[in-house]
Design a binder for this molecule. Structure first.
Ligand SMILES: NC(=O)c1ccc[n+]([C@@H]2O[C@H](COP(=O)([O-])OP(=O)(O)OC[C@H]3O[C@@H](n4cnc5c(N)ncnc54)[C@H](O)[C@@H]3O)[C@@H](O)[C@H]2O)c1
Ligand SMILES: [Zn+2]
Ligand SMILES: [Zn+2]
Length: 370
């Protein structure tokens, strides 16, 4: 079938909307009419060829939400008309997946970043019939239609607003999951969250929903910090003009129990680690553009646990519906992060995200019956 997709033709270039051909879904695959797709920082990381990147030309996009149009012959738990959120790909069969850790599937790279499906096939072709790199996060959802694997298609209730649910498939489950699934923070805990983009602010909302009593947000952008306060941060620190280590010790003389990093920067991570109480725990989420340098010797006597976390350790089939329930009950107002754009305005949405003007851009792509 003919669809419209946003294509990145070379490293770092703009998105170009073009008509392309999409194959039929395979036996274990699902065709989804995309209603909306979020833009995540990781799309930019792949566009710039910084991490796990497929080659070019490529169709990115990995926070799709839509309606199922077709299912393959080996798909039995999903049906045409289901409302779905697309998340990351995993095999579901290796021992890592089967023991509850699909975000660390042996095939994670191949199913999300290789630029083709697990058998090496491309589903998208240009007008000359040439293959286009695709299957980004088993979906390539910057497009009017996506083919996803049955594993990463998450059914969602029809009374939830489908047009804003896509970001639950990556950025939002990542931030919230780091707090709820990874750190498992308890009532009355203290936490510092560095970087208040979509991922960090989702962590702030999850910390509030978990009844943490001290939630410290760190960023270099005052508007974002003000917003973090609105969403539940009890304290904010602008690290451009305040000393993070001193400020945290003023708030908590014995240090903070938990930390989440979404910046991927050594100086920020060292500040958080220096502010942890003994046996404190940290989740590292942010993609780093340079190798990290840690003040290791200071930390050796502290008993810290540091975990590098993918997708908030989420088992999405279970976690995304939970986040939707929390949203519908007013406990997780992630809609406040979102600004919507027309699909044609994808480059504006990317620019606004990169300049920090928009927290979570969502592209509105197709209509659906409400
Ligand atoms: N591990 C995963 O599974 C996973 C999933 C999704 C996103 N990510 C990554 O998480 C990171 C955050 O994503 P996002 O969408 O929230 O990005 P974002 O760009 O919206 O947010 C990053 C925030 O960090 C702030 N920041 C930059 N430098 C800082 C500094 N020196 N001190 C304090 N704050 C600083 C920025 O002002 C911004 O608010 C990205 O690197 C993204 O690629 C990882
Ligand atoms: Zn993402
Ligand atoms: Zn697996």
């Amino acid at each position: 079938m003919e669809i419209t997709a946003a294509i990145v033709k070379s490293q770092g270039s703009e998105f170009e909307l073009e008509k392309v051909t999409l194959d039929e879904p395979g036996a274990e695959e699902v065709l989804v009419k995309i209603v909306a797709t979020g833009i995540c920082h990781t799309d930019m990381v792949a566009r710039d060829f910084i991490m796990g990147s497929p080659n070019f030309p490529v169709i990115l996009g990995h926070e799709g939400a839509g309606v199922i149009e077709k299912v393959g012959s080996d798909v039995h738990h999903l049906k045409v008309g289901d409302h779905v959120v697309l998340t990351y790909g995993f095999c579901g069969e290796c021992e890592i997946c089967r023991t509850g850790n699909p975000a660390y599937c042996y095939e994670f790279f191949d199913r999300n970043f290789s630029g083709a499906d697990i058998e090496g096939h491309h589903h998208h072709h240009d007008h000359e019939g040439k293959d286009i790199n695709d299957n980004f996060f088993s979906q390539s959802s910057f497009a009017t239609y996506s083919i996803a694997h049955k594993n990463n298609v998450i059914p969602v209730p029809k009374d939830a607003p489908l047009e804003i649910l896509g970001p639950l498939g990556c950025g939002i489950q990542t931030g919230a999951g780091a707090v709820i699934n990874t750190l498992k923070i308890k009532v009355g805990s203290s936490i510092v969250i560095s970087g208040t983009g979509a991922v960090g602010l989702s962590a702030v909302m999850a910390a509030k929903a978990s009844s943490a009593t001290v939630i410290i947000a760190v960023d270099i952008n005052d508007d974002r910090l003000a917003f973090a306060k609105e969403l539940g941060a009890t304290h904010t620190i602008n690290s451009l003009n305040e000393n993070v280590r001193e400020k945290i010790r003023e708030i908590l003389p014995n240090g903070v129990q938990f930390a989440v990093d979404t910046t991927g920067r050594s100086e920020v991570i060292n500040n958080s680690l220096n502010s942890l109480a003994p046996v404190g725990e940290m989740a590292i989420i942010g993609v780093a553009t340079k190798p990290l340098e840690l003040e290791t010797n200071i930390f050796l006597t502290k008993g810290y646990k540091i975990k590098f976390v993918n997708q908030g350790d989420s088992v999405s089939e279970e976690f995304i519906p939970k986040l939707i329930k929390m949203y519908l009950h007013g406990q997780f107002p992630f809609d406040k992060l979102i600004k919507t754009y027309a699909f044609e305005d994808i480059n504006q949405a990317v620019e606004d995200s990169e300049k920090g003007r928009t927290i979570k851009a969502v592209l509105k792509i197709g209509e659906y019956a409400k």
